[in-house]
Write a protein that binds this ligand. Sequence first.
Ligand SMILES: Cc1cc2nc3c(=O)[nH]c(=O)nc-3n(C[C@H](O)[C@H](O)[C@H](O)COP(=O)(O)OP(=O)(O)OC[C@H]3O[C@@H](n4cnc5c(N)ncnc54)[C@H](O)[C@@H]3O)c2cc1C
Length: 373
Amino acid sequence: MSQQLLLIGGGHAHLAVLEAFARKPLRDADITLVSRFDSSFYSGMLPGWVAGHYRLDQCTIPLPPLAERARATFFRDRVIAVDLVERVAYTQSGAPLPFDVLSINTGPEIDRDAIRGLGEHALSLRPIEKFVEAWQRLEARFSGAPRAGTLTVVGGGAAGVEIAMAIAHRAVTSALRLKVQLITGRRGLLPALKAGVRKRVAPLLPKIGVRVIEDEVVAIGADRVQLARAGELPTDVTVAAIGAAAARWPRDCGLRCDARGFIAVNSALQSLSHPFVFAAGDCASMPDHPRAKSGVYALHAGPMLAANLRRALAGRSLRRHIPQPVALYLLSAGARNAIGIWGPLTFEGERVWRWKDRIDRAHIARFNPDAPR
Ligand SMILES: Cc1cc2nc3c(=O)[nH]c(=O)nc-3n(C[C@H](O)[C@H](O)[C@H](O)COP(=O)(O)OP(=O)(O)OC[C@H]3O[C@@H](n4cnc5c(N)ncnc54)[C@H](O)[C@@H]3O)c2cc1C
């Protein structure tokens, strides 16, 4: 009887796994891909889509055709639990998905309990597909509105900064009537990036129309946010960009996780507690080689993950994957302008934006050859 390989999540690493299996099919194994949505919206293009540089169909990767090319069965559902003894995953709709080998690439979640009121009153960047739907409704609500609304971005990390600049750019280049304020959090603007990046971004924000407030949000209400130091600020819409948190179910099902709840894996991307389980991307953490959460690392893990899933199914020894120490970051800055970060180097300009644009379009074309250019 053929073995069952279950892939949970249509994240960056699994896109590359499916690509590898399409090129060289897996023998004697049935593959199932289960993911929450039918298509993956590419996060790297989210700010560009919000800013108005791209159409929706230029930024999405439909999962069923990719699965079909890899001879995998696609199942749209959300995994909520895994029984690691019986080797069965359970989904929200109640479907049991048996497996011999399991691979998890479910990305990050947002911690809805991190700030009082966030779950009820804020629009979260994750899952991106839900944010995309919500943003379309907001655009309709504030386009040509009689009064300009205030949109508050909570979180001064890269995603918060990019999304704030994208919305501000959209507001000056279209009929969208929104004023944008960014509340950085206790650690200030772009705390995980080098001082050189902050030096470039800090003066850009007000120029584009983003008001920056260096304070911490302690509570979010329907029409105001409460700050740790400076009282309350009125808001019409609040967007939470507070960074990556781990889903609860991997820890609840007994997988060994790091202190923050991300699945602990070795350099073969294999669970430290369950050798038949693999994990890659933002949901995983490699204690021996810690790296920032980033789509670049998730994507680069894909080919090695595919090789090791093939080897695990065949009972062969696994290959090791040591992530590169430095990854290229390209932050889009509202207009057709981007800031590049490579280790200690930073660079900025329209040419950097064009470079990012080429990389992003090539990513989409790689996994969705039918996407409009
Ligand atoms: C605005 C923004 C801009 C960004 N720009 C960049 C950038 O330019 N470069 C960069 O490197 N990183 C960027 N990032 C970070 C990047 O998005 C993440 O690091 C990356 O998406 C992680 O990839 P992943 O493969 O781990 O998971 P994801 O790409 O998040 O994919 C996870 C998939 O799993 C599915 N899923 C989740 N839970 C379940 C479940 N329980 N059951 C079934 N399916 C599930 C999801 O629907 C999704 O399809 C950005 C993030 C944001 C928010």
